[in-house]
Design a protein around this ligand. Structure first.
Ligand code: R1P
Ligand code: URA
Length: 404
């Protein structure tokens, strides 16, 4: 039973917060024969059938049954995190970070016909998929949220519900690492992306190194008299903990490439929309956090990242942008056996070299410019359709497409 049906069946509802502060809706089920002043008893949905004839409040939402722990889908074939099924997502996808960006850019899609609104679905995990057409070609806009694990859900679960080749363009926001990239520019990862990861072992080994150093200094009460110094003790400790020496707090990967056909189309469309002097092509870096792994400093944590940005630029002179998802997209496209063409483009929201941050009211216009360029590139890139065998399977399953 869906929530709306459930609401009808279960009577009045009341919004409240769960223990993590998230909004949940509690259905108050009160027997008419009982007095209204009784406090409702909280039961889970699974317990509701067994509830005796007195006031209960049902917590939680309807949960479908998933089969296949390896790649969970429900009885309708909906994926576990994105909640979409075959026929609901187009093979050309614009992936954006936030739900509000997805909603904003859905205004760029062809106007829906009367009585047939754009397809929209928000999953239980908050992923929003909007499907319609752009210049007559089916496209989907998917809010991807933040970080590489979320991009992993978006790429893999969409791949699972689409037949034939796919194209994915990410439109995000990022930090501009060096000139000529500046605030408000569209930065295209035409040279691909590297990944930056904080290495927790650095701190683990550092702790071990320092406590051993401390023990040695403390144990050898006459250390100074023996002529031993912290430095010599330190190096023997490092030898004991082999691997600490030379270990770095942040690890960077080799670059993965972007699809060059899509990159060229996107660069041309972006230049058309905002002008060539506002488009910069180069290498992107996707970090595993907004703060430490992007070289943001502060005094609350021991991050050891003061030299990170300078090191990155020295090692990668073509580095232009720093964000959190593009690497995962390009890496999965690279491993997709030729079935995904991908590229990332970001609005420069921060200048890391000057410490300036874009006035937020200017962002919407830049998102629309970037979104227009991305949609124009998406509908122009050639894609192979489903194979004959896949087409037969689709026909047999009588898949309904939301854009037809
Ligand atoms: C951090 O604020 C977020 O903004 C950037 C980063 O990649 C990260 O997701 O992109 P989006 O604006 O697309 O979310
Ligand atoms: N998003 C990021 O990940 N980094 C920035 O500096 C700005 C936006």
């Amino acid at each position: 039973m869906y929530l709306s049906e459930h609401k009808k069946a279960m009577g009045p509802t009341s919004a409240c917060s769960d223990i993590l502060g998230g909004r949940i809706r509690v259905n108050l089920v009160v027997s008419p024969s009982r007095s209204a002043h009784r406090r409702p008893r909280l039961v889970t949905r699974a317990q509701v059938d067994k509830a005796e004839d007195h006031a209960v409040a049902v917590i939680g939402r309807h949960k479908p049954v998933y089969k296949n722990a390896n790649f969970p889908t429900d009885a309708e074939g909906r994926t576990y995190h994105l909640g979409t099924k075959e026929g609901e997502v187009a093979s050309r996808i614009l992936s954006v970070g936030s739900v509000s960006r997805a909603q904003l850019l859905s205004n760029l899609l062809d106007p829906p016909t009367p009585g047939r609104p754009l397809f929209q679905r928000t999953s239980s995990r908050g992923f929003l998929t909007i499907t319609g057409r752009y210049e007559g070609v089916p496209v989907s806009i998917v809010s991807t949220h933040m970080g590489q694990p979320n991009m992993d859900f978006v790429v893999r679960e969409n791949r699972a519900v689409i037949r034939g080749q796919m194209a994915i363009v990410r439109l995000g926001t990022c930090g501009a690492v060096q000139r000529p990239a500046k605030l408000g520019d569209l930065l295209i990862a035409a040279h691909g992306s590297i990944a930056i990861r904080r290495d927790p072992d650095y701190w683990t080994l550092l702790d071990g190194h320092e406590s051993l150093l401390h023990k040695r200094n403390g144990a050898s009460s006459n250390g100074a008299a023996n002529g031993t110094t912290a430095a010599t003790n330190g190096s023997s400790a490092a030898a004991l903990y082999g691997g600490f020496t030379g270990r770095k707090p942040y690890v960077t990967s080799l670059p993965v490439t972007a699809n060059q056909q899509l990159a060229a189309l996107l660069a041309a469309e972006a230049a058309r929309v905002v002008g060539p002097d506002r488009v910069v092509e180069g290498l992107n870096a996707s970090a595993d956090s907004f703060y430490s792994s992007q070289g943001r400093t502060g005094s609350d944590f021991d991050d050891r990242n003061e030299g990170l940005l300078a090191d990155l630029v020295a090692a990668h002179p073509d580095l232009v942008s720093l964000e959190m998802e593009t690497f995962q997209l390009l890496d999965l496209a690279r491993c997709s056996k030729g079935s995904i063409k991908a590229i990332g483009m970001c609005v420069a929201l921060a200048e890391r070299y000057s410490n300036a941050f874009l006035e937020y009211h200017k962002l919407e216009e830049l998102e629309i410019s970037g979104g227009t360029a991305a949609l124009r590139a998406l509908v122009r890139v050639p894609l192979d359709g489903p194979s004959e065998a896949e087409a037969d399977v689709l026909k047999e399953r009588q898949v309904q497409y939301v854009w037809t």
